[in-house]
Design a binder for this molecule. Sequence first.
Ligand SMILES: Cc1cc2nc3c(=O)[nH]c(=O)nc-3n(C[C@H](O)[C@H](O)[C@H](O)COP(=O)(O)O)c2cc1C
Length: 257
Amino acid sequence: MKLLEQARIGTHVLKNRLAMAPMTRSRASSDGVVGSSVVTYYTQRSSAGLIISEAINISKQATGSPLTPGLYTQDQIEAWQHVTKAVHEQGGVIYAQLWHTGRVGHSLVKNGELPVAPSAVGITGQQHFTMQGLKDYETPRALDVHEIASIVGDYQQAAKNAIEAGFDGVELHAAFGYLPNQFLAESSNQRTDGYGGSHENRNRFVIEVMQALVAAVGPDKAAIRISPTSTYNGIAHLDPTEQFTMLLHQMNEMPLS
Ligand SMILES: Cc1cc2nc3c(=O)[nH]c(=O)nc-3n(C[C@H](O)[C@H](O)[C@H](O)COP(=O)(O)O)c2cc1C
C-alpha cells in the first residue's frame, strides 16, 4: 500500500504519506504559550508522516481568537521546542502554520485595538468567538502601506523563530479568509494602491510574504495553503482560476533568495 511508503518533501523524508491537517485547538495560555497538553496532543499524532501545526500567530497584532498560540516571544519559542522534540523522537516531521488573522478577530480579543485588514470592510452574516461569547464583527482598520511592509517582516521573523523552535519548515496560512486571503479576494480588498485592483496587485502581498519566508528558511522548507473556492469568513474570489493560476506562476518565477 503506497500510503505507508516513504515520501520526500523538500529535504525531508517522511516515514509515510499520511499528513495531518492544521487544526486550531485554542489550548495555549493567554500569552500564547503552549503547555504540556499540546505536547501530548502532537506526540499522539506523530505516527503521521507529516504534521502541519495548528495556525500560530506571527505577532500580537496577528492574534484574532482567545488562547491561540504564538511564535513571537522567547517563551513561546521555547514552549514549542518541547512539542517539536517530542514529535522528532517519534520520527515525525512537523511544519509550523504561520497565521495573521487580519479582520477575523475582535477588539475584545485584542486589548481594545480594532482588527486590521487590506480595506475597512467587515465580515457580515457571521459572528466571532470571544471570551465574552459570540460577537458581531467590527469594521476593521485599513492598513497603510508602511504597515504592510512591517507585517511581511513579522512573517519573516516568525519563520526564523519557527526554525529556532525546532519546526522542520513553515506553511503560510493563505486560506479560509485570514489576512493573506483578505488581500487576494475582491470581497475584502478594495485598495487602489499596488496591493489592490488587478490580480497581480491583489497577489502582491502573498508573493512578498512567500519571498520573505523563502529568504528566512530556504525554498525547501516554505509552503503555502490556499483555498480558491472557499467562501468562509466573507471571502469571494470573482475569477479564482485566472487569479490562482497567476499566483502559482508568480511563485514559480520567484527569485529563491
Ligand atoms: C476545529 C478546526 C480547526 C481548524 N483549524 C485550522 C487551522 O488552524 N488552519 C487551517 O489551515 N485549517 C484549519 N482547519 C481546516 C482543516 O485543516 C481542514 O481543512 C478541514 O477540517 C476540512 O478537512 P477535510 O478536507 O479533510 O474535510 C480547521 C478545521 C477544524 C474542524
